[in-house]
Design a protein. Structure first.
Length: 252
């Protein structure tokens, strides 16, 4: 019987194990090693119990300080590492926002816009990306949960890198990324209903999408710029030892 990657942790919508993916050398990623999720702060007591019962020992929180201030940490039965994936001061954000708007305006479709937005983030926050990989690589024994707010963009990128390092092909990585749009539909429907203008609704509908082609495009462009995805990660500051440790976490 095939084991399901989808996990039901009450309070969250977008939780799944990175195990069970075929690898290019004929293996399979290991269940129970890394779980991706939307914000675990949403978990009910039953949801927290499900997380603990799944033998999770470390939570890697990719949210920024301002998000944590709005959503204070609860008392947790696991170690929490705060590793912001995108953290910038007001001046930096203004500069980034201008580049993001230009990229979205220039893109021919949503998939291209999402790809180009991700590439801007990855290049600007490369040290943060490296810190996320490093946190997973050096986490103690036991399961690791990686989460942000929706578990779609920041979590989607970091877990895509982890799957790539484990030897999973781009199509499977992109398919896993694309699932988040479906899983988060209840949250996104609430966004759409609250939109105050057609412009706002269109923007929210774009942001909510997770086209598989976007992730394939991100990896293709990183390979073009750096030779390999690992080349980008090394350039960001991840050592060969840390790349191997991250790979080993998902391999039997």
């Amino acid at each position: 019987m095939q084991r399901s990657r989808d996990l039901v942790w009450d309070g969250c919508l977008n939780v799944r194990d990175l195990g069970g993916h075929r690898t290019e050398d004929g293996g399979e990623t290991r269940f129970g090693a890394v779980v991706r999720a939307d914000s675990v702060r949403q978990l009910t007591p039953d949801g927290w119990q499900a997380l603990v019962d799944y033998d999770i020992s470390t939570v890697i929180d990719l949210r920024g300080d301002h998000e944590r201030a709005e959503d204070p940490p609860a008392e947790l039965p696991v170690e929490v590492l705060h590793v912001p994936f995108m953290e910038a001061d007001e001046r930096e954000w203004k500069e980034i926002e201008g580049r993001l708007e230009a990229a979205v305006d220039a893109a021919p479709d949503v998939a291209a816009a999402t790809r180009d937005v991700y590439l801007i983030f990855l290049e600007h926050f490369r040290q943060n990306v490296a810190a996320g990989i490093r946190a997973v690589a050096h986490a103690p024994e036991g399961g690791v949960v990686v989460h942000c707010v929706g578990g779609k963009d920041r979590t989607g990128l970091l877990t895509a890198f982890l799957l790539h390092l484990a030897g999973v092909d781009n199509d499977q990585i992109a398919a896993d990324y694309a699932l988040s749009g479906e899983r988060l539909r209840p949250r996104h429907e609430t966004w759409f209903a609250a939109a105050e203008s057609e412009e706002e609704l269109e923007e929210l509908q774009r942001i909510a999408q997770t086209p598989a082609e976007s992730m394939v495009g991100v990896f293709g462009e990183l390979e073009r710029r750096y030779g390999t995805v690992e080349g980008f990660l090394r350039d960001a500051g991840v050592s060969d030892e840390e790349l191997e440790l991250a790979r080993a976490r998902l391999r039997a």
